[in-house]
Ligand binder design. Structure first.
Ligand code: MGP
Ligand code: SAH
Length: 316
């Protein structure tokens, strides 16, 4: 085995420690070492027999993020995980109660994903397929397509703004169009330096344009990537919807609210807030719903007191 000589003592110590470490015994390479130290963030059940290979180490979606992806789906939905890798996402979709079609072109990945699904006890909810997503797509039916394609390895971050054209094995536009042929409910997990302008343009590939929510994903305050949730305008729920610029409604609302607040003088704000409190329902004669409920409860309480007093009085 080739050895690398280094004159830096602290680096030498680290290399020696690594050679003697548990990590090196598990076949961890210098490239994947940092991911091994985070293994329990990737799979909380790592110690129960999870299997990984080099690409799996640097590509698997951290469990916390995969859970967030799965939370956007509902029980019994069919989710197509087009690039399942070692199963980080497929497992969480299955734990959520979805039926998962998990595809990977690499048979070794599918074998590891199957093993890992067994570790989590969800293998029976996942239909594993070895194959090329682009070839299988025309025959696939599902409620949601999840796309976490290869980003070209850990060097994706050497580029300042990562263009959709660099996604593998096809550019982001092609990937999106193929998924769109199956459903408009598409979830994409992309690099943290992705070109968000291009992402917004993807909505316009559909007519009417799809709604988009852009979610930044963090693990221990470290930005790992962006998740894009696309869905059709018609079926949009408030959580998923966004304006045409791609900003989420939540982001947009909070932006408007903070600029509105800074524009208002204290005086204006007081009158504005009192207007809001007085928001009326035209049939309520100027009383809001909370006030109406209070009056009704008051009347009921008073009636109870009267009945109670009459009862006690009679007994006496
Ligand atoms: P990273 O950038 O290699 O690690 O991957 P980190 O810790 O952000 O880098 P650092 O240098 O800032 O410390 C971050 C996460 O992105 C990984 O945990 C994977 O979830 C995801 N990821 C990384 N790559 C290279 C890929 C990829 O090719 N495909 C997919 N789907 N996800 C990837
Ligand atoms: N989300 C996964 C990681 C996916 S990494 C997880 O959490 O584990 C991307 C995967 O896409 C790799 O495993 C790679 O083998 C697979 N892949 C590449 N080209 C493919 C294709 N044409 N069809 C299906 N899978 C492909």
């Amino acid at each position: 085995m080739a050895t690398t000589k280094t004159s830096n003592p602290s680096k030498r110590r680290r290399v020696k420690a690594f050679r003697n470490s548990e990590a090196s015994k598990e076949g961890i390479t210098p490239l994947t070492e940092k991911y091994w130290y985070r293994r329990h963030n990737l799979f909380s059940k790592y110690d129960q027999g999870i299997q990984m290979d080099e690409e799996g180490w640097f590509s698997v979606t951290p469990e916390e993020i995969a859970i967030k992806h799965a939370e956007r789906c509902t029980e019994h939905q069919v989710v197509i995980d087009a690039f399942c890798g070692v199963g980080g996402n497929a497992i969480q979709f299955a734990r959520k109660g979805c039926h998962v079609i998990a595809i990977d072109i690499d048979p070794a990945k599918v074998a590891m994903a199957m093993n890992n699904a067994k570790v989590y006890g969800v293998e029976e909810y996942i239909d594993f397929r070895v194959g090329d997503f682009f070839k299988l797509a025309p025959s696939l039916k599902g409620d949601v397509v999840f796309l976490s394609p290869p980003w070209g390895g850990p060097s994706y971050k050497d580029i300042q703004i990562f263009p959709l054209e660099l996604l593998k094995p096809a550019d982001g536009y092609t990937l999106f169009k193929v998924a769109r042929g199956i459903t408009s409910n598409i979830i994409m997990f992309l690099p943290r330096n992705i070109n968000l302008e291009q992402v917004r343009e993807l909505c316009l590939l559909s007519s009417p344009p799809l709604k988009l929510e852009v979610e930044p994903n963090y693990v221990q305050n470290h930005h790992k990537g962006y998740t894009l949730y696309f869905r059709s305008q018609v079926a949009a729920s408030p959580r998923f919807s966004s304006d045409s610029s791609g900003r989420t409604m939540i982001e947009e609302a909070s932006r408007k609210e903070s600029s509105r607040r800074s524009d208002l003088s204290n005086e204006d704000r007081r009158s504005d807030l009192s207007d809001e409190e007085g928001t009326t329902d035209s049939s309520s004669g100027g009383m809001n719903v909370g006030t109406k409920a209070g009056v009704v409860l008051g009347v009921i309480a008073a009636a109870c007191v009267v009945v109670f007093k009459v009862f006690v009085f009679r007994k006496l």
